[in-house]
Design a protein around this ligand. Structure first.
Ligand code: KOT
Length: 844
């Protein structure tokens, strides 16, 4: 028997020990095999869509061998792992990223070309998963790319929403939302792990009992149990074998659940209950930087957290008992990063596992918990800070509510020790807000339960410390750190901008792709006219491509020689798209009144605005309407012909950003100072050779430091002035700028239509100089100044190009590679673990 077993093992080993070959002929065989056997289509019935599927499967095979090897290797080494917990991942399309990271782009392009297909066409068949709202979700995906590229053992955990971010269409000049059922054609990038399922309990009650030694114990019982089903997606690193995992959970009914209800004879009731289970992971909440307080959202959060912690726990427990590993060693093997407070219920959940299941004493459990978790805050906007009603948590998660109260009780004793009888401090630091109903402040819970709290840009961290958590800072000064955001140069340069990427590679070799510092020497080339010429040609290629895209998909003609100005991000009052529109209306007025001589001095501009408004956010939807209306009027006015075009591009997403960003000359990042935590679009634009019009907010400040003041067009109130300006305007309203007055007058007069619901008046009333919360009116004059500066600079082509070169080649610190190195060193204490494959592929 023993001998036979060994023989089987050896044979199995031999059978599975070869890597797939990657020469063109082999790739072609693999493509055709997938068309025939995976898709079950005959050879003569081939369209781009089946070839997309086949290519994806062929690439996936190659990802899988690296993926399983990486996972086996890190398990064998017992390495500490990072777990990035996020309710959102905006991964974008996978095919281009995968072939590029695998180094197989050329081979696949050739393999496809020879059989009559174009890799680019095939890539555009892919429907992008939109499992995130905006910056926060995209950041999570940039981090996953870097974690794999830098060989960190790291997993992303999230939710496999059936419906992602809604599809935005413009119907009669207004945003209309359509469901995004992104799985219609299946998802070739995921692997359903039927062997990885966990039960998740909701509702029920807590039973108190005594163990034989007389200790009081608690058990959470009853209620409903739903199942979490794992779906895994390989995350390849660039130029490395290491391939990490993104595990997304989907909810489904549990067996007991089915049996109990069906046996009770309540067939329809049972089917409804089943649907309720599935609804937990049904839809992504489309609110960016706002909080809704819906019960289903809390269910989502807990469902996700419970499954994830069970999974992490199971993996860790395989080591417990091995050697000298005990529960206490969990923080040596596990680092959990909370992407904002959305997964913060993980803190009481881990406590529950350690107390009720592992039966550790409180202090031990608490020490482990605090060493495991770290929390990233992404916004200080009050409307985004999560709070859950105590009655809601009590009903849904009764044991967690007890644990939260106990955490709070012990914490407040510490506060009392530090500041005796300071009730004001107690109530502001408490996890519980004493309102009616009482609320659980998730950010306080996250701060108290984590070893490190980080902001996402220098100014944001400063405000976090001074405005949001000043008392916590006094208590734990070491806990608060800054880690400025970054973006991956793989997707945002190498893949999105091949024209610029090839210039870079031609100058410094391919090493810049994972070491952006290597671009620094190119800065001196800004003085070389020939180099500037090549740089401009690359930008022109991208602008031309965008112009063609706009014509093909929107039937709008734009002049690729005009200045392309973009503001593409979620629509939000604090991001001040209204300031942009008012600037455009002002320009429109100037153009219509200009003499032929004056017209000659004006810079032809194409203004592109894109972004989704949350479905319930009236002001944001009004703004979309206004942009569409302005675009209608301006684009059909003969006076503007060669001077101004305004385009609202619907359904902004990652794929669109990849087309737009490389084609921009100017982009606008013009939030009210102090309100945009970081922004990450700003980084992408500058890396792609565009310049910024921006406020002193978020990462703009650090970008300006990196690229030099002379390469950025800044304006507006500074963060430390905003409060005083607001106070002053209430009793001493400033005089309105005449140009703003005229622009507002044009809108109110109905030049862009008069919506029945007074949508435009509502927008304009909100910037009344007496209650101009976002300082739109206040900043308007200096905004026009910055725009005018940009226009003036653009007219000196050579100087302009030099600015772009200098700026783009100074951006290394905004690579997520730098960001992740900081997280690894300052927060996670993890080391890279490169997996080196056997030299001969057949010796796997
Ligand atoms: C908050 C609640 C729900 C959904 C999203 C958020 C959110 C998003 N909070 N902050 N963000 C953005 O995060 C980005 C990544 O750090 C920042 O660049 C950006 O400034 C934030 O607004």
């Amino acid at each position: 028997m023993g001998v036979d077993h060994l023989a089987h093992k050896e044979l199995l080993w031999k059978l599975s020990s070869t890597y797939l070959p990657n020469d063109v002929a082999s790739l072609q065989r693999s493509l055709v095999r997938h068309v025939e056997y995976t898709l079950a289509r005959r050879r003569y019935k081939l369209d781009t869509s089946s070839f997309y599927q086949a290519t994806a499967h062929s690439v996936r095979d190659r990802l899988i061998e690296r993926w399983t090897d990486t996972q086996q290797y890190s398990a064998k080494k017992g390495a500490k792992k990072v777990y990035y917990l996020s309710l959102e991942f905006l991964i974008g399309r996978s095919l281009g990223n995968a072939v590029s990271n695998l180094g197989l782009r050329g081979a696949y392009a050739e393999a496809l070309r020879q059989i009559g297909y174009d890799l680019e066409d095939i890539m555009s068949e892919e429907k992008e998963p939109a499992l995130g709202n905006g910056g926060l979700g995209r950041l999570a995906s940039c981090f996953l790319d870097t974690l794999a590229t830098q060989n960190y053992p790291a997993w992303g955990y999230g939710i496999r929403y059936k419906y992602g971010m809604f599809e935005q269409r413009i119907v009669n000049g207004k945003q209309v939302e359509f469901p995004d059922y992104w799985l219609t054609d299946g998802n070739p990038w995921e692997v359903e792990r039927l062997d990885v399922q966990y039960p998740v309990r909701l509702f029920g009650h807590v039973r108190e009992f005594q163990d034989p030694d007389g200790n009081t114990l608690y058990a959470w019982e009853g209620g409903e149990v739903v199942m979490a089903q794992a779906y895994d997606t390989p995350i390849p690193g660039y130029g490395t074998y290491n391939t990490n995992n993104m595990r997304l959970w989907s909810s489904k009914p549990s067996h007991e659940f089915n049996l109990a209800s069906f046996n009770a004879g309540n067939y329809y009731g049972a089917v409804e209950a089943k649907e309720r289970c599935e609804s937990i992971t049904s839809v992504l909440y489309p609110n960016d930087a706002t909080e809704e307080g819906k019960r289903l959202r809390l269910k989502q959060q807990y469902f996700f957290v419970s499954a994830t912690l069970q999974d992490i726990y199971r993996r860790f427990k395989k080591n417990v008992g091995r050697g000298s590993t005990t529960m206490k060693n969990m923080p040596d093997k596990v680092a959990i990063q909370l992407n904002d407070t959305h997964p913060a219920i993980a803190i009481p959940e881990l406590m529950r596992l350690l107390l009720d299941i592992e039966r550790l004493p409180w202090d031990e459990a608490w020490e482990i918990t605090r060493k495991v978790f770290a929390y990233t805050n992404h916004t200080i906007l009050p409307e985004a800070l999560e709070k859950w009603p105590v009655p809601m948590i009590t009903e849904l998660l009764p044991r967690h509510m007890q644990i939260i109260y106990e955490i709070n009780h012990r914490f407040l004793l510490e506060v009392q020790k530090m500041w005796p009888n300071d009730t004001a401090r107690m109530s502001s630091m408490s996890i519980i807000e004493e309102s009616s109903p009482k609320m659980v402040r998730m950010s306080n819970l996250a701060v108290i339960g984590s070893h490190t709290v980080n902001g996402v840009a220098m100014i944001h961290t400063k405000l976090l410390k001074s405005l949001l958590f000043p008392d916590f800072l006094l208590m734990w000064p070491e806990k608060f750190i800054n880690v400025t955001n970054g973006v991956t140069p793989r997707r945002w340069l190498l893949q999105a901008n091949p024209a610029l990427a090839s210039i870079y590679t031609g100058m410094v070799g391919p090493g810049w792709v994972n070491d952006l510092k290597r671009l620094e020497p190119i800065k001196t080339m800004a003085q070389d006219p020939q180099f500037r010429q090549r740089w401009r040609a690359a930008k022109q290629t991208n602008k031309q491509a965008l112009a063609e895209w706009l014509y093909r998909s929107m039937n709008i003609r734009v002049d690729p020689n005009a200045l392309f100005d973009m503001q593409i991000k979620r629509i939000h009052e604090y991001k001040r798209q209204l300031l942009n529109v008012l600037g455009i209306v002002h320009r429109y007025a100037e153009i219509t009144q200009a003499t032929p001589e004056q017209r000659k001095t004006m810079v032809p501009r194409v203004h592109i605005i894109a972004g989704k408004a949350a479905p319930g956010y009236v002001m944001a939807k009004n703004l979309v309407m206004l942009v569409c209306a302005v675009s209608e009027v301006v684009n059909s006015d003969a006076a503007c012909r060669d001077l101004l075009k305004v385009v609202f591009v619907p359904n902004f997403n990652v794929s669109l950003a990849e087309i737009l960003i490389p084609a921009s000359d100017i982009s606008q990042h013009i939030s009210t100072a102090g309100m945009e935590a970081s922004g990450t679009g700003n980084m992408k634009f500058v890396m792609n050779g565009g310049l910024i019009v921006g406020t002193m907010d978020g990462a703009n400040i650090e970008i300006e430091q990196a690229i030099g003041e002379h390469n950025m067009f800044t304006f507006g109130a500074k963060a430390d002035q905003v409060a005083a300006i607001r106070r002053k305007m209430a009793h001493d309203p400033p005089k309105i700028d005449p140009r703003l007055h005229r622009a507002m007058g044009m809108i109110r007069a109905g030049i862009f239509g008069k919506p029945d619901d007074g949508a435009y008046n509502q927008l304009l009333d909100a910037i009344d100089p007496r209650k101009d919360v976002y300082l739109t009116a206040h900043d308007f004059p200096s905004y026009l100044g910055a725009i005018a500066e940009a226009d003036a600079a653009y007219q000196y082509e050579e100087k302009w190009t030099a600015k772009c070169i200098e700026a783009a080649c100074s951006m290394w610190m905004f690579s997520s590679d730098r960001t992740i190195r900081e997280y690894a060193a300052k927060i996670w204490n993890v080391e890279p673990l490169p997996f080196r494959p056997p030299r001969h592929h057949s010796e796997r």
